[in-house]
Design a protein around this ligand. Structure first.
Ligand code: N1C
Length: 231
């Protein structure tokens, strides 16, 4: 199997796990490939993914948007098989491309899966940037974000969440943001104490912070605690 055939298999297998979207897997694979094949991996443009995103509109409930920063494993364990919250990785493209790395090269039609991210912007970083932008623009009503309360700066304005998603939340579509601060010990938290979050967030968007221990979240995952009852 060539690199490309192998990568295509992985893409298709994951895509086919979405029963309602099975019919578009072939189409979006073709469009996805066209976005990066034959192109230089460095200085990659986000616009290369415009058609792919247009062909794969979000279908999850916009009021159940869950963002995250530095809590990838925990947040996905929490949202998996639950319909209370949707992260980008719970949507078709986010799920299919999560954990993968891909790039092309000028002058040939091969797909590479190694050393694709050693310059910026590259096909992988561009995808997450544009997909995160659209995911944030799609959010409505009450959005949530799971942050790591054990970090010195749980909110980092240079992360994808702080740098791309927060500035793309659109009031009055989005009315408020709930920060779920995951900690080791129970403690108080406020949005004002989270670095520049309150300042970076549009003033028309309300913000509330809820601290929850990691063990509590893990218990909620195990017990399948109903939506809204974990924090
Ligand atoms: O920089 P981050 O986290 O704050 O980005 C997370 C934020 C989430 O809310 C997502 O919606 O941005 C979105 N996002 C992804 O969905 C995603 N899946 C995989 C951003 N990055 C994503 N990745 C990869 O993880 C990507 O390669 C990027 O570099 C990391 C970001 O992880 P982070 O710093 O913990």
């Amino acid at each position: 199997l060539t690199k490309k055939a192998e990568f295509r298999e992985t893409f298709m297998k994951k895509c086919l796990e979405f029963p309602e979207e099975k019919h578009i897997c072939e189409t979006i694979w073709t469009t996805f490939e066209l976005a990066y094949v034959g192109k230089e991996k460095c200085n990659f443009s986000d616009q290369n993914y415009d058609q792919l995103l247009a062909e794969t509109p979000f279908k999850h409930p916009c009021g159940k948007t869950m963002f995250w920063s530095k809590t990838k494993d925990l947040v996905h364990k929490f949202t998996k098989k639950r319909d209370c919250f949707f992260t980008l990785e719970d949507t078709l493209l986010g799920y299919v491309l999560n954990g993968l790395s891909w790039c092309g090269e000028k002058g040939n039609n091969e797909t590479f899966t190694e050393n694709c991210e050693d310059c910026l912007p590259n096909p992988v970083s561009s995808f997450w940037k544009i997909a995160s932008t659209r995911f944030a623009q799609y959010a409505c009503e009450g959005a949530s974000v799971m942050l790591d309360g054990e970090r010195k700066e749980p909110y980092d304005s240079n992360s994808f969440f702080g740098g791309v998603e927060v500035p793309n939340l659109q009031p009055p579509r989005v009315k408020n943001l709930t920060v779920v601060l995951v900690t080791e010990e129970i403690r108080a938290c406020t949005c004002d104490s989270l670095g520049t979050l309150r300042k970076d967030l549009d003033q028309r968007i309300g913000c509330a912070c809820k601290a929850v221990t990691k063990s509590r979240v893990e218990t909620c995952i195990e017990d399948n605690t109903p939506c809204g009852a974990c924090w």
